[in-house]
Design a protein around this ligand. Structure first.
Ligand code: IMP
Ligand code: MG
Length: 175
């Protein structure tokens, strides 16, 4: 068990399981991209670890960029998604794969899709390591999801509780 701020968390998903799942996702993306050179767009802060491991498992040519959004306060999703850093790359005619740590209500995904409208993207796909199907309220299709999990707050592997826990190599769940 670990303690972050005022809350306790218990082990949920091991580092080995995470790695195996990400390897499978990378293979799936490789199989789908044919001769395209995709641009992986990581959503900061939470997706930095997932993006890094996904790219290491991806064996074909690819590029990377980042955007930064924030919607969470403590352990609750808020309805306003703030864009903190926008996209600095020309993605016209490109296959773009948005790389998210977790999709919860889907508010962030909606903002991300909006960000790419009017940019002439050839294909826009979404890869999220975690997905909370019970919380998801949107129609946007997620192309690649690693783990579908219960609607319970998690930390570790890039995900935080008020800034803490991102450095933990495994996933912990709120006790
Ligand atoms: P959404 O906009 O409600 O889908 O929330 C998406 C964002 O909230 C994710 O990109 C995470 O940064 C954060 N988030 C959602 N669920 C969790 C969680 O269980 N732990 C930590 N962060 C979360
Ligand atoms: Mg995030």
């Amino acid at each position: 068990m670990i303690q972050l701020h005022d809350k306790q968390f218990v082990p949920f998903i091991s580092a080995a399981e995470i790695d195996k799942t990400i390897a499978g996702m990378a293979q799936q993306i490789e199989a789908d991209t044919n001769n395209e050179v995709p641009v992986f767009v990581g959503v900061l802060n939470g997706a930095f670890m997932f993006l890094s491991d996904l790219m290491k498992h991806y064996k074909k040519p690819c590029e990377v960029s980042f955007v930064k959004l924030a919607s969470y306060e403590g352990t609750q999703s808020t309805n306003t998604v703030k864009q903190l850093v926008g996209l600095d790359k020309n993605v016209e005619g490109r296959t773009v794969i948005i790389v998210e740590d977790i999709v919860d209500t889907g508010n962030t995904v909606v903002e991300l899709v909006k960000m790419f409208e009017g940019r002439g993207v050839k294909q826009l796909k979404i890869a999220s390591l975690f997905f909370k199907p019970e919380a998801y309220k949107k129609d946007i299709k997620l192309n690649y999801t690693g783990f579908s999990i219960p609607n319970k707050f998690i930390v570790g592997y890039g995900l935080d509780y008020d800034g803490l826990g991102r450095n933990i190599p495994e996933i912990y769940q709120l006790k």
